[in-house]
Write a protein that binds this ligand. Structure first.
Ligand code: MN
Ligand code: MN
Ligand code: MN
Length: 279
């Protein structure tokens, strides 16, 4: 079995339609797939139907942004009920936080001398809740930055005039929403937050105490000793392990669907938890 339990469609910041993600996963030999768009479950119905046709197993997922000790941490929810009222209310709150933040970024940009680019950023995002990459492109179009990277460095990144942190849910809230939706909460890409080993351990401990059940252990391009270290910490805390390409599109083989490989031996696979009845 080849599992890939973390990827994105154009329902968040991925390039492909949900059905195209599934078709590509099947073509690449993935036999168990979860679609985990950022703060969205809009793609899971289409993906589930496509998976049925492609003959691969599918679980509905979501990737929630949350705040923990002043940082943005991502929590993946797997096998969530897409019509859970608690989860849907949580997603609505995340969307509202992002919408308000977009207005604040736009206002700060105007103060910093950039023409109002909220409408253009919304247009680029295709929603009323644009993110920083959309603002960056809009700023470039006004001529106030050479390219997207320059726009980030000059206006949008932490410490610059138009930086506004998003008031995401807390770690505990995000886990609670997933559990209320009958799902399994998973800490996404623990090695990507630039945390020390002891901080990762504290994060995982608080996550487990809140009702979280797994962490992503197997990721593309990760050092073997990092994988080993995550596996050991997970085992100590009774957490299961997940496999995650975090595919967004593009053609790089190292970040493609299924590219995370097979889960390292020694930790309970997260899909064993799917066989248990929802709590
Ligand atoms: Mn993303
Ligand atoms: Mn993420
Ligand atoms: Mn992701």
């Amino acid at each position: 079995m080849i599992a890939d339990l973390h990827c994105h469609s154009y329902c968040s910041d991925g390039e492909l339609a949900p059905a195209a993600v599934v078709a590509r996963a099947a073509q690449r030999g993935v036999t168990l797939l979860a679609l985990t768009d950022h703060d969205s479950i809009d793609g899971v119905a289409e993906a589930a139907a496509a998976a049925l046709l492609a003959g691969i197993d599918f679980v509905a997922g979501v990737e929630l942004s949350c705040r923990w000790e002043g940082r943005d941490i991502h929590i993946v929810g797997l096998r969530v009920d897409p019509v859970s009222p608690v989860l849907l209310a949580g997603l609505a709150r995340q969307h509202e936080a992002r919408r308000v933040r977009g207005q604040q970024i736009a206002a700060r940009l105007v103060k910093a001398g950039v023409p109002d680019c909220l409408a253009r950023a919304c247009e680029l995002a295709g929603t009323d809740r644009p993110g920083r990459p959309h603002f960056a492109r809009a700023i470039v179009e006004t001529g106030h930055a050479r390219d997207v990277e320059h726009a980030f460095n000059r206006y949008l990144k932490q410490g610059q005039a138009a930086y506004v942190p998003t008031p995401w849910a807390s770690l505990e809230e995000a886990v609670t929403w997933v559990v209320a939706a009958g799902g399994v909460a998973v800490v996404a890409h623990p090695t990507r937050y630039k945390l020390t080993r002891s901080k990762i351990k504290r994060l995982l401990t608080q996550f487990a105490a809140a009702g979280g059940q797994a962490l992503e252990v197997q990721l593309p391009g990760q050092q073997l000793n990092q994988t080993q270290s995550l596996m050991e910490m997970g085992c100590q805390l009774g957490l299961a392990g997940s496999v995650a390409s975090d595919f967004h599109g593009g053609s790089s083989p190292w970040s493609d669907l299924g590219a995370a490989g097979v889960l390292v031996a020694g930790i309970r696979p997260v899909w064993e938890l799917f066989e248990l009845p929802a709590r």
